[in-house]
Ligand binder design. Structure first.
Ligand SMILES: Nc1ncnc2c1ncn2[C@@H]1O[C@H](COP(=O)(O)OP(=O)(O)OP(=O)(O)O)[C@@H](O)[C@H]1O
Ligand SMILES: [Mg+2]
Length: 228
């Protein structure tokens, strides 16, 4: 196991430059590292490039240049198959809007990544139940997303993102549509799970509560990421 879970080297990203869309340079020669077990908060104004950064770190952007290493191995963005295998094995995502599958129960939603990876249903269900109990949803496992509150849905999304214990969790405004007290609760669960499973994380947000509970605070400045 490598001590540096994510490393970006000289990453450059531009948008536009064709038709009526002006060329914008979001990152220029960005270098960035996340160590094992480290939780980094990314706090920058709207439009500064947080989501773009998480997409690059999550290997979802094949149109950036530079080198990306996950657990010390260089990713070849031109190789879709390799990239998606690395992503599935190492990276979990939590989005502002949780994207849970409406037809499935909370438990079914979270065990899906394990079933995809070939875990037996019995083991997946046991692990899923344990996680949902941990985040206070032991009595809500069979509810569908529409039968859960916003904060409960977000907790389900967090369980889904970490159930196969990714090396790196990327969270984009994970509590963007929650009130302060629910944000506090959801974040406490998230950090507890991250620490328990030795996961590294990058959490992009505008919320000051989150900046108080991460290990390091960073921001995007002049096309680079700098620590505060
Ligand atoms: N597909 C695209 N084509 C052109 N420009 C884009 C595209 N996606 C994003 N941008 C621009 O890139 C900049 C960075 O966007 P990004 O979504 O990464 O910001 P953000 O920091 O996540 O903002 P927010 O806090 O509002 O979510 C913005 O100015 C945005 O308009
Ligand atoms: Mg964003």
């Amino acid at each position: 196991m490598n001590d540096i879970v994510l490393r970006l080297h000289k990453v450059t990203k531009t948008y536009g430059g064709n038709g009526n869309i002006p060329l914008v340079e979001i990152f220029k020669g960005l270098d960035f590292k996340v160590k094992r077990n480290e939780v980094v908060g990314l706090f920058s104004p709207s439009g500064s490039g947080k989501t773009t950064f998480l997409q690059i770190a999550g290997l979802l952007d094949s149109k950036c240049s530079g080198d990306i290493y996950i657990n010390g191995s260089k990713v070849n963005p031109k190789n879709d198959f390799q990239t998606s295998m690395i992503r599935r094995k190492n990276i979990g995502f939590v989005f502002q809007f949780h994207h849970l599958i409406q037809e499935f129960s909370a438990l079914e939603n979270i065990i899906l990544p394990l079933l995809f990876d070939g875990t037996s249903k019995k083991i997946a269900v046991k692990k899923g139940q344990h996680l949902l109990e941990k985040v206070g949803l032991g009595k809500r496992m069979d509810n569908r997303p529409a039968e859960l509150s916003g904060g409960e849905q977000q907790r389900v999304a967090i369980c889904r993102a970490i159930i196969n214990e990714p090396a790196l969790l990327l969270a984009d405004e994970p509590t963007g549509n929650l009130d302060q007290s629910t944000t506090s609760k959801v974040m406490t669960f998230l950090i507890e799970l991250i620490k328990e499973h030795s996961i590294s994380a990058i959490i992009a947000s505008h919320n000051p509560i989150i900046s108080q509970i991460v290990d390091k605070n960073a921001k995007i400045e002049s096309g680079k990421i700098v620590y505060n």
